[in-house]
Ligand binder design. Structure first.
Ligand code: ADP
Length: 551
């Protein structure tokens, strides 16, 4: 019975190693590691087969032949591990033919000597159930290579581990685990527990467990190179746990005493195996999804950083360009106003009109440059405020005064309705608020072909909710109403966006670029105030309201 089971067990192991080798090669045939892995798995199959038959077969000559093949395939398989490690770390050694041949010739020569000469083994001593090899003169050399090559492999991957790409490191970890499991089981069965095993009636079978455990090494390494990039501690833990359970149920098969028990245990093993496969697959899927998400979010944040960098560069450019524009514009302003005032001699009516046009256009350009500068300051977070108590009525009146000529020239009535109640002083950045009011009136004139522009200042109370409590606040409103082109309902909020202009606005005015209201909104937000537009629609005039808190 035991012998029968041993056969099945060995067949299973052989089948497993062989299919694993084929699978790994099939997954990635051009990859060096896969090729070396395939060679190792085939050598392992030969090694296990010959080791098995050297004990089982009765024919004396065949016994010795299998022993020699056992030795040869063993040394080739073990030394292949070094090549496997070199390929894992993409070592340049594999591309140097001389070095490669040197590494390859030694184990090949030993394999040759094992089969065809008496240098490594002379023969064997029959112990009944097993055989004991009688070693030749170069037996020690065999041991040195058998230990030295795998050790060199492990050293190589250990030294290169740090320099490896993060996604490749997991391969090394898996190979290590596989190799350590293999070595530990060999040491346990052939060294540490040898005395106990020797006294067992199944000494022969137990002593082979070490050799069979090469399948564990193959399992881990094959898995590492067939599976790309996915490495997580969570997966590793689950896999190790699953493997432990599988091994237990596998040993259960070997320990069964009757055929019935054997079949039962085997069925249990298959059941556990399928369960483990489903479990691991699901964990994989979950980790894979997480990694995909991570990858996407990494890419997004990278793109985001690049965009921010681009935006910063753009703002810097605007800032530098605006500063350069400011100086000549200021001197145009200065000289044209001196010309208008007659400092350089009285001008004729026509000349005066032309210079006034120069002055007005220049004023617009100055506003525009100021807006551009403000934008770059806002985006760099460098817009500075100088809050102090100001008389808003004064500010509005000053601004209106500067627009009187412009409005008159356009044939518009610029009406200022003096406030009926006393308007309290409010804490604001006077310069910036003046700029905004100036922008509002400028727009009203720009976008009103005929009729009037009315400016009002009002005190009002607003109720709002703060931390769940209703509060009442006193506010001051500056309202600029016109009888101009009006604003479509859908555009009322849009006009406060960056570079945003009304749909057909360029028909009426080609100078604006859609920054004034955007800057205004940003500045008013810092003041904790509000600015908004009202209009009954196209051609119905508009009302711009600026609301500031009294504090
Ligand atoms: P622009 O430089 O285009 O005037 P603004 O930010 O000052 O930029 O205004 C944004 C847009 O709001 C304008 O392009 C225009 O479409 C609309 N707008 C502003 N004021 C008025 C107004 N008084 N009447 C009609 N549309 C206006």
């Amino acid at each position: 019975m035991f012998a029968e089971k041993t056969y099945i067990f060995v067949y299973l192991i052989l089948f497993f190693n062989f299919t694993l080798g084929i699978y790994v090669l099939w997954k990635n045939p051009k990859n060096k590691s896969s090729q070396v892995f395939f060679t190792i798995s085939i050598l392992a199959v030969i090694w296990i087969t010959s080791n098995f038959f050297e004990d089982e077969i009765q024919n004396e000559n065949l016994k010795e032949l299998f022993l020699r093949i056992d030795y040869a395939s063993g040394i080739l398989g073990l030394s292949m591990f070094l090549f496997f490690c070199l390929s894992l770390v993409n070592s340049k050694c594999l591309e140097r033919p001389l070095f490669f041949s040197f590494l390859f010739i030694i184990p090949s020569a030993i394999a040759y000597l094992s089969i065809f000469t008496n240098e490594i083994i002379i023969g064997y001593q029959n112990l009944g159930s097993a055989i004991l090899p009688i070693r030749g003169r170069l037996g020690l050399l065999y041991d040195l290579v058998a230990i030295g090559y795998p050790l060199a492999g492990l050293t190589t991957i250990s030294l290169r581990y740090r320099k490896m790409e993060e996604q490749d490191k997991f391969k090394i970890v898996y190979v290590y685990i596989g190799m350590i499991l293999f070595i530990t089981i060999v040491l346990l069965t052939n060294v540490v527990l040898i005395e106990i095993i020797k006294s067992s009636p199944h000494f022969k079978e137990y002593s082979r467990i070490g050799l069979y455990s090469i399948s564990l090494f193959l399992l881990f390494s094959g898995y590492a190179i067939a599976r790309h990039q996915l490495f997580s501690i969570k997966i590793l833990m689950i896999e190790l746990l699953a493997l432990g359970v599988l091994l237990l149920s596998f040993f259960q098969i070997i320990r069964s005493d009757s055929l019935f028990e054997f079949i039962l245990n085997f069925a249990a093993f298959l059941f556990i195996l399928s369960f483990v496969l489903i479990l691991v697959k699901n964990v994989y899927r979950e980790v894979e999804r997480k990694e995909d998400l991570q990858f996407l979010s990494d890419r997004l944040s990278l793109a985001n950083a690049e965009l921010r960098q681009l935006d910063r560069a753009k703002s810097e450019f605007i800032s530098i360009a605006s500063h350069q524009l400011r100086t000549p514009l200021t001197s145009i302003k200065g000289y044209s106003s001196l010309l208008i005032e007659g400092t350089y001699g009285e001008l004729g009516d026509l000349q005066k009109e032309v210079v006034e046009k120069i002055f007005i256009s220049n004023e617009r350009l100055i506003h525009l440059v100021e807006d551009l500068l403000n934008i770059s300051r806002i985006e760099a977070g460098k817009l500075e405020f100088n809050f102090e108590y100001c008389d808003i009525v004064n500010i509005v009146e000053e601004v209106i005064a500067t627009f009187e000529i412009v409005a008159k020239k356009k044939g518009l009535r610029l009406v200022y309705e003096r406030p009926k109640k006393i308007i309290p002083k409010i804490k604001i950045d006077g310069v910036k608020i003046k700029e905004i009011i100036s922008n509002m009136i400028d727009n009203a004139i720009k976008y009103t072909p005929k009729g009037e522009v009315v400016v009002r200042i009002k005190k009002a109370y607003v109720i709002h909710e703060r931390h769940g409590v209703m509060c009442q606040n006193e506010v001051v409103r500056v309202i600029v109403a016109d009888t101009g082109i009006g604003i479509d309902h859908s555009e009322l909020d849009l006009i406060f966006e960056k570079f945003s202009r009304g749909a057909q606005i360029s028909r009426f005015n080609t100078e604006g670029i859609g920054l004034g209201m955007y800057v205004a909104k940003k500045v008013i937000n810092v003041h904790k105030g509000r600015i908004w537009a009202e209009s009954a629609g196209r051609g119905q005039g508009s009302r711009f309201v600026l609301e500031l808190l009294v504090r």
